[in-house]
Design a protein around this ligand. Structure first.
Ligand code: F6R
Length: 364
């Protein structure tokens, strides 16, 4: 069932263009002009806030979505990890939505968090991969991400499908709240539709990424940096690397570097900078130069323009296609996943069954 791939993780990384295209077809129709076809209950009229709750990779998808709900829809959005949320006294309004994101739909903490929020919010919404799961069944409204079965313990295609569905929700919120015109929404939808093609370009970088991974495999510590919606992606890149290669990795918002972590930088520490050429690019590049001044080994992941402007003198570069700024986190997930995958291969660890981890965490 690995369809010729060495690992489920490799297969699932490679499947992303197809499953995302399928999910988009489901939610935006198959016609030339995409049009939102979300379930009727996805109506943000009168909603004052979305509170998103999840664990691990799914929580990083929520963090990206927070930027989207704010930017695209002007809708206040918050994120919490389920193991904290369930024991807090979250102040929830009757006009807010609680959104639970989970691949398995069975994560114990996320399910408990859902029960904790029920009755306190206008609507409990879930974004799940398994439509028959407990979390899906106990929600008022559940949106399947349609990623297909995910076997690899490290979540890959579920992450990008979660992002895709959350992006569609943010676009719907933008329309419902009068923040987006139909044309602007249409542009974002076309941008989403173009993602599978761009992801194929990113997947084609597998060989250069494998070469970089040979060297990454020697590292003790790796830092991932990003700004804006690329910050949560830095967290996700670090988690992926930790869990399958067992290399210590941390993700930071680029601007936080000088508040502590820069003390870690020396010639042995690879720093992976996720920086599409967007409005925040120059800021991130200046943080990157601070790393280089301390002999950190920078891998710059950007587009052609970004690499041309800032790639000089860095340790390595990876060039991705240009992508609308808002959607970059979905595309940049691919090189982050491939880096973790190839580093684990170089180290000889068990990619699909990393030590100490279970696919579905059904106990607290
Ligand atoms: C990381 C990973 C975990 C899960 C987390 C939540 O690769 O897979 O961090 O994302 O355990 O699981 P679900 O999404 O099933 O609730």
């Amino acid at each position: 069932e690995k369809s010729g791939y060495k690992h489920f993780m490799a297969k699932e990384i490679a499947e992303q263009p197809v499953v995302i295209a399928d999910a988009l077809k489901h939610y935006t129709g198959g016609g030339v002009n995409p049009a939102l076809q979300l379930p009727e209950g996805v109506d943000f009229t009168g909603v004052d806030r979305v509170m998103m709750v999840a664990c691990g990779t799914a929580s990083y998808a929520c963090h990206v979505a927070k930027y989207w709900f704010e930017q695209i829809a002007g809708l206040p959005a918050e994120v919490d990890i389920a193991s904290e949320f369930r024991y807090r006294d979250p102040v929830l309004s009757e006009k807010s939505w609680a959104v639970f994101v989970s691949q398995s739909g069975e994560t114990a903490d996320t399910l408990a968090a859902l029960r904790h929020a029920k009755e306190k919010v206008a609507k409990v919404v879930s974004v799940v991969n398994v439509p028959t799961s407990s979390i899906a069944r106990e929600s008022d409204l559940s949106l399947p991400i349609l990623a297909g079965v995910e076997v690899g313990v490290a979540s890959t295609k579920a992450f990008t499908c979660q992002l895709t569905v959350l992006a569609l929700m943010a676009i719907k919120a933008g329309l419902d709240r009068g923040r987006l015109t139909a044309d602007q929404a249409g542009e974002l939808l076309v941008g989403l539709r173009n993602l599978p093609g761009l992801m194929n370009h990113a997947l084609a970088l597998s060989a250069p990424i494998a070469a970089i991974a040979e060297e990454l495999a020697e590292a003790q510590d790796v830092l991932f940096l990003g700004r804006g919606a690329m910050f949560p992606l830095a967290l996700e890149g670090a988690l992926k690397l930790k869990e399958i290669s067992y290399i210590h990795a941390e993700g930071y918002a680029s601007g936080e570097l000088k508040h502590g972590p820069i003390a870690l930088i020396d010639a042995r520490v690879p720093v992976i900078v996720l920086a599409p050429r967007d409005a925040l690019f120059d800021k991130t590049v200046s943080n990157m130069q601070e790393v280089m001044a301390r002999h950190g080994k920078v891998l710059l992941i950007s587009d052609a323009q970004g690499v041309a402007e800032a790639g000089h003198g860095v340790w390595r570069t990876l060039t991705l296609p240009e992508v609308p700024a808002a959607l970059a986190p979905i595309l940049y997930a691919v090189p982050a996943q491939l880096l973790a995958y190839h580093t684990a291969i170089a180290k000889g660890t068990d990619v699909d069954q990393p030590r100490n981890l279970a696919k579905s965490v059904t106990v607290e």
